[in-house]
Structure formats: C-alpha cells, structure tokens
Design a protein around this ligand. Sequence first.
Ligand SMILES: [Zn+2]
Length: 195
Amino acid sequence: LEDIMMLQKIAKENNMEYIPLIQTFGHFEFVLKHEKFADLREVPQYSQSLCPSRQNSLEIIHLMIDQIMSTHPASKYLHIGADEVYALGKCNICTGRLETEFSGDLQSLFLSHVTAVSRYIKKKYPATVVIMWDDMLRNINTTKGEGCQKELQTMVRIAANQTESKTNRESVASQRSLPTKSDRITNKKRLGVAN
Ligand SMILES: [Zn+2]
C-alpha cells in the first residue's frame, strides 16, 4: 500500500496521470490460480479467463474494484483491461447462455460482461472514467449485442492495445468468429491448454 501511495505521489509531482488497471476478464491468473477460486475458471485446466456467468465472478470483481478505488482516491480513471480473453463461452453455463440469450454470438457474451462491470463502476463511482482495451472489440459485429454496445459507448473509453503479439491477435480474432472445433484445438495448443 505504501508503494501504491508513493507511485501516485511521484506521478502527481511530475504532472503525470496515474491510471490504475485491474483485469476483469482475461489475464485473471492472479486470482484463478488459487484453488479457492478455481471454480470461476471458464475452462477448468486454464486459469487465464474468468467465467462471466457465475455469480461469484462479479462479486469478486466488485470487491477488487472497491479495493482499488479506496487505494486510488484521487484517480479520475479506472482501466478494466478486458483484453485477450482466450477462453470465452466454453463452460456449461456460458454455452447454455450463448444459446438462450445471445443467439450463439460470443461477442454479445463478451459485451454483457464488460457492460456489467462498467455499470457497477459508473453506479458506485459516477465521476470515474472507465477505460478498456480495444482488441476484443475489433471487428465486432454491429448488429448483434447492439444494446450493450451502445450502453458501453456511453460508459467506457476505449484504449488501443498495441502491446499484444501478432500470434495473440490472430488467436483472439479466430475466437471472435465462433471458432470451429479444429480452430479451438489449435488455439488450445497455442496456449498450452490440454484437451
Ligand atoms: Zn462460463
């Protein structure tokens, strides 16, 4: 906590904007690697991605957001990550929701989660500007998930993510368009996930 305060102080003294970032979807290993939270993984053997359909998933995100907001009281921004969600729509609950709620559209499932996260922040911390990475939103189908997209646009600023590798980008792109079984296996191999 002292380090966090020190960083904020240094940023302020040097006229820099300090933007806290918490991952809320992919890159969630720091939580999902713990046995206690393993049941929140989208794919049991893979701790990268959070399942967006379990009640505890949002609850843990809410706790993390509250914690980060309390340690960054002067921050105007909160970055929610949401890049490179490699496992999406794979578990039983998400597969069911994809069919019943989202007409099989993975992008809509993605949008519903980031919208729920952003909604929580805007409701509890209305002055905070929410930022997320753009890579999962590239090539998004404009007709599906339109309600969520419009709502998201009012809540979130999109930041271009140029740090990801080409391989990662290809991997995400192939997941966007409902991958075939062979695509999925290729992705898993690339990510080192056993079938
Ligand atoms: Zn799931």
